[in-house]
Ligand binder design. Structure first.
Ligand SMILES: Cc1cc2nc3c(=O)[nH]c(=O)nc-3n(C[C@H](O)[C@H](O)[C@H](O)COP(=O)(O)OP(=O)(O)OC[C@H]3O[C@@H](n4cnc5c(N)ncnc54)[C@H](O)[C@@H]3O)c2cc1C
Length: 289
């Protein structure tokens, strides 16, 4: 992993088409760019067997298009690292904390995290911050010695489960994916589906598909793609999409957004165009400062 003491001009969260287009255009303008992606590229785009609507490259496979995007950005000197960003903290400069507690600093940030069309559980929004958490790294300490449930939609959540198991009295794990589950032996893996998070002032139980109300003090929901407001406190959203202006600026000065995370249509061309616009706006923001 890179030197985390460096102050980057621009940090891009997400290495899909939007993030890579942003990185390419910021490099063309000679900015120091770090891209942090939970994966290198976009598994979404890689799944497209054939892309027929990207200008000039009719019929190209998603896999090849993604590789070409990455080669282009790397060729221009963008640094692309695999790391999941957990939180972005605004300030005089921005600090991005990754899942493994590394801190990266940048003068501007572009969010290009894509979209996940997942419904929230009943009670999830209402009890957010009052027993519902999206980040074990950030909130585990609040649940020391308590019973918690973790809902994970990919094996990536298992690291967070094991981390919680070191601190909590009891951890119930609800994997929402198929395949092997590898968690510590003191974690109870449950195969029922969580249906709702219960509680008035605070979370007190998880309601399961079996009809059981499992008493817990906290519920960690670990999704592959976090909605924007879980990444940056105070970020303005509309129906789950990050609200942006024509320059792809968000309501937080110095933070821009591009691609599927800003709303429909969910298309490569739109993601790439927004990535370009966000990069140019970020460059203008940096140059003004
Ligand atoms: C099967 C399929 C076929 C498709 N075919 C077409 C097509 O033919 N034409 C077309 O125009 N579009 C197509 N699309 C849509 C297209 O793939 C998306 O619109 C495009 O990939 C959006 O790019 P993006 O960069 O905004 O988001 P994504 O491609 O979703 O990339 C976002 C990246 O950010 C990463 N990320 C998320 N959260 C974090 C975090 N906290 N920290 C670090 N990284 C993070 C994700 O892992 C992901 O890699 C298809 C989609 C699918 C699923």
């Amino acid at each position: 992993m890179k030197d985390t003491s460096k102050l980057w001009d621009l940090l891009v969260v997400g290495a899909g088409p939007a993030g890579i287009a942003a990185a390419i255009n910021a490099r063309v303008r000679r900015k120091e760019v770090l891209v942090l992606g939970a994966e290198i590229g976009s598994s979404k785009l890689r799944k497209a067997p054939q892309v027929d609507n990207y200008p000039g490259l009719s019929g190209i496979s998603g896999e090849e298009l993604m590789e070409r995007f990455l080669d282009h950005a790397r060729g221009l000197g963008a640094v692309i690292e695999e790391a999941r960003v957990e939180m972005v903290y605004p300030g005089e400069e921005f600090t991005c904390m990754t899942k493994d507690f590394q801190m990266f600093k940048a003068r501007a940030v572009i969010l290009a995290t894509g979209v996940r069309q997942a419904l929230l559980l009943p009670g999830e929004k209402e009890l957010l911050g009052r027993g519902v958490s999206y980040c074990a790294t950030c909130d585990a300490g609040l649940y020391k010695g308590k019973d918690v449930a973790v809902i994970g939609d990919s094996p990536e959540a298992e690291g967070e489960v094991n981390f919680l198991a070191e601190l909590c009295h009891k951890v119930y794990y609800f994997p929402l994916y198929k395949g092997d589950v590898q968690v510590s032996s003191n974690v109870e893996v449950r195969l029922e589906k969580p249906r709702a998070i219960l509680g008035e002032e605070r979370v007190n139980a998880l309601y399961l598909s079996s009809g059981e109300e499992l008493p817990v003090s906290g519920v960690f929901v670990i999704r592959d793609v976090k909605p924007g407001e879980q990444l940056v406190e105070g970020l303005k959203l509309d129906d789950g999409a990050i609200v942006v202006g024509r320059g792809m600026e968000t309501n937080i000065p110095g933070i821009f957004a591009a691609g599927d995370c800003t709303g429909k249509p969910y298309q490569i061309g739109k993601a790439v165009g927004e990535g370009l616009t966000a990069a140019l706006s970020a460059v203008a923001y940096l140059d003004q400062r």
